[in-house]
Design a protein around this ligand. Structure first.
Ligand code: G3H
Ligand code: ZN
Length: 280
């Protein structure tokens, strides 16, 4: 069934594991997330990023995903990723999302607090969960492009001020990972992560999960990261499979299946590392 993200994160806190958010681009890739999560009895979050949401797709994609998720035996959250606009959040709430990320990280702190508070007020009466972002994560996620100059790691004083003023169900913190393809090996600032973990009891989220070495992920999870976001490596894997199918002269459904089989493996690896396997 569809559940709010908060429920998944509370269980992850209680039973010491990390929930993985898999970002989708289409129904075909989502089928791989759901079947692999089901086969491994893992609760998951399905993320709809700004690329998947644009061109008026929020309503139709939500309708399809809600149908798939509510027929699943697993607890699944349907999450709008990196929204910067309360009007888009309203649209997503009407479409039935159970979780929202309001990304105010491009704004000054008082404005980030203000827009996050506005979204919390919209979501809370509906039982919909909210994630906010502190610091600014570099890289490319669909149309969201943040250069190294614009990016900054989260500051402890910012975390303290933010959590004193607004309560969210999850908090994305910029601690060294990036969106998209890494040019060099990502370096998570574990010292900073440790300080942030001590400064708040809000479950913390690591974005930019693609291409982060398993050992770094494991360490971040052991320290207390409760949610991991993965996008790029799934879509690249899917496309690789589809491309191989096209080269082989397969029909479109066989191409999709090749894509899904690559995604199955990527999803399985993340479910193992996060210890969410067997928790649903
Ligand atoms: O919000 C989306 C994620 O942070 C995905 O990042 O595409 O680098 O895996 P990624
Ligand atoms: Zn992200």
């Amino acid at each position: 069934p569809l559940v709010p993200m908060k429920e998944l994160l509370s269980d992850a806190v209680a039973r010491d594991y990390t929930v993985v958010q898999f970002n989708t681009d289409c129904i075909e890739i989502t089928q791989a997330f759901l079947r692999t999560a089901e086969a491994n009895r893992a609760p998951i979050i399905i993320g709809v990023g700004q690329g998947a949401a644009k061109d008026g797709k929020i309503e139709p994609i939500a309708a399809m995903l809600r149908d798939y998720c509510s027929r699943s035996k697993l607890p699944v959250s349907l999450h709008l990723d990196h929204s910067e606009d309360p009007a888009q959040v309203m649209q997503a709430l009407r479409a039935g999302f159970t979780s929202i990320m309001i990304d105010g990280s491009a704004r000054q702190l008082p404005e980030n607090i203000a827009v996050t508070s506005e979204v919390v007020e919209m979501c809370r009466p509906l039982g919909v969960s909210v994630e906010a972002e502190l610091g600014r994560i570099p890289g490319v996620e669909d149309d969201l492009v943040v250069s190294e100059d614009q990016a900054n790691k989260v500051e402890l004083s910012v975390v303290e001020e933010f959590v004193g003023k607004v309560t969210t169900d999850a908090l994305a913190v910029a601690v060294g990972t990036a969106h998209g393809i890494y040019k060099s090996e990502p370096k998570i600032d574990f010292e900073l992560l440790d300080q942030v973990l001590k400064a708040t009891s809000t479950p913390l989220v690591l974005h930019g999960g693609s291409g982060v070495p398993d050992a770094s992920l494991r360490k971040a999870f052991d320290m207390g990261i409760k949610k991991l976001n993965v996008g790029t490596e799934l879509r690249l894997g899917f496309l690789k499979g589809v491309h191989a199918g096209v080269e082989a002269g397969d029909n479109i459904y066989a191409c999709f299946e090749r894509g899904r089989q690559i995604v199955d493996k990527l999803v399985f690896d993340k479910l193992k590392i996060s210890r969410s396997e067997g928790k649903a």
